[in-house]
Design a protein around this ligand. Structure first.
Ligand SMILES: *Cc1c(COP(=O)(O)O)cnc(C)c1O
Length: 452
């Protein structure tokens, strides 16, 4: 019998997260405050608990995972890795394809890895309430569950287009005790301002972040929690790559290329950084490929510049690849990839050519997802379909050239709550959307004026 499933025992749940900052050729650029000067980390304390800020700015290579967090991780970690023999056969490729499956978490994606950690640290810091934003609802559902597990109330500003497209994600959040508000809302200054300008606004992650941050800053008992982008979130996600390395060891293989969908960059960083650590230590170089939609191409078409994380400019400015903080991505079906910027760490590594990026169009991602589901069974999240598309494209190139590369992608979540999107694909209602360069240029012209 061919081995398809590669499982680790529970004793192999990582005991430490890996912090890539320790292995970067140059230290990360500092976040800037409203005056354009480097921000003292303590200035972030109206938004984040101190123990989270400490992690955000840490340059320690290894950071202990608290036991209560590992205990909850045990419910679904170590996550399985699979060798996609059936997909390889369907493609007729000599390449070997592996994937790590993060859809086994109760919330259905990798996002629970960081939600549990963040809820834990806020609990320890005495915080009673968390606000956050959600695009497709993956992060909101993860934080609702994590808040429930640690006795913290969670309010979620959900991008209106997803609120309407994904009603069952909303019910999921409510089941776990989360309070869900369609964004832009009338509850915040930022929301009211957007609605006054455009009463039909369908929202964006940038607007929802402004609303959630505004509320957190206005209340003593409340902090804000972010599901991607920031260093501490990418740190928490490294459990994915750390486990995968052990799984490759078990089967005596090692990837040549790794693909992951890239929205804010957390599952990409999570799976890729631990392999970069090998390269930094003088080991084998792996090509690390971040895959984004052509409709929201932050890395492949954005500028490397200081920009805000939200539409209103409440967050510190961070050096990143960005399409401009008020960029309005179209309502594509991979809500988790509709973010105007990218993580500073991922951006820096892209700028320094330590990683690669490609953009893929929407219809082709669903084609890949359906082909994958028919071969392997699992129905992927629309975000994950981006990585699958890029991996299949590479496997087909290997078929042409006869190369026996080892390809690996992160299957970041399942698509059980995204069947409306699949339905649109089957009924040919999905469109490809290439953002007009003129609109990107217009949004970029509104970048804050500071020197990079
Ligand atoms: C949120 C999400 C993504 C993209 O977010 P990152 O922070 O870039 O990882 C990818 N896949 C799934 C299933 C998601 O929920």
């Amino acid at each position: 019998m061919k081995q398809t499933k590669i499982l680790l025992p529970e004793t192999e749940i990582p005991k430490q997260w890996y912090n890539v900052v320790a292995d970067l050729p140059t230290p990360p650029a500092p976040a800037l405050g409203p005056d354009g000067n480097p921000l003292d980390p303590s200035a972030m304390s109206p938004i984040f608990a101190d123990n989270i800020i400490e992690q955000e700015v840490s340059d320690k290579r290894w950071i202990d995972i608290p036991e209560p967090v590992r205990e909850i991780y045990q419910q679904w970690r170590p996550a399985p890795m699979f060798r996609a023999h059936r997909l390889e056969e369907a493609l007729g490729t000599p390449a070997k394809i592996y994937y790590k499956y993060e859809g086994v978490s109760a919330a259905g994606s990798h996002k629970l890895n960081s939600a549990i950690a963040q809820a834990y640290y806020n609990k320890v810091a005495g915080i009673k309430r968390l606000t956050t934003e959600t695009g497709a609802g993956q992060w909101g559902s993860s934080l609702s569950l994590a808040g429930q597990m640690f006795g913290i109330d969670v309010r979620i500003y959900m991008v209106k287009v997803s609120y309407e497209q994904k009603p069952f994600r909303r019910s999921m959040m409510q089941t776990w005790g989360g309070e869900v508000i369609a964004s832009p809302s009338n509850l915040t200054e930022s929301g009211r301002k957007i609605l006054a300008a455009d009463p039909d606004s369908r929202g964006s992650l940038g607007i929802a972040i402004s609303e959630a941050v505004e509320e957190a800053v206005s209340r003593e008992d409340t902090k804000y929690s972010l599901g991607s982008v920031l260093n501490h979130v990418l740190l928490h996600q490294t459990v994915i790559g750390l486990e995968a390395k052990k799984q490759f060891e078990m089967v005596g293989d090692y990837p040549d290329m790794i693909f992951a969908p890239c929205g804010g960059g957390s599952n990409f960083g999570g799976v890729a950084f631990p392999f970069y650590a090998d390269e930094a230590a003088g080991g084998k170089k792996v090509r690390l490929v971040a895959v984004e939609p052509t409709s929201c191409p932050s890395l492949t078409k954005g500028h490397y510049a200081y920009d805000f994380g939200d539409t209103e400019g409440f967050t510190p400015m961070m050096l990143q690849y960005t399409l401009g903080h008020d960029f309005m991505p179209p309502g594509i079906h991979a809500g988790g990839l509709r973010y105007h910027g990218a993580s500073s760490l991922v951006s820096q590594m892209y700028h320094d050519k330590l990683i690669e990026a490609v953009a893929v169009p929407q219809v082709a991602t669903f084609e890949a997802g359906v082909q994958f589901a028919r071969a392997e069974g699992i129905i992927p999240a629309p975000e994950s379909n981006h990585a699958i598309r890029a991996c299949i494209d590479e496997a087909l190139r290997c078929k042409e050239s006869g190369e026996e590369k080892t390809l690996f992608f992160n299957l970041s979540g399942h698509g059980h709550f995204d069947m409306v999107s699949y339905d649109k694909y089957f009924t040919k209602q999905l469109e490809d959307y290439e953002y007009p360069q003129s609109e990107i240029d217009a949004a970029l012209a509104r970048l804050p004026k500071v020197k990079a």
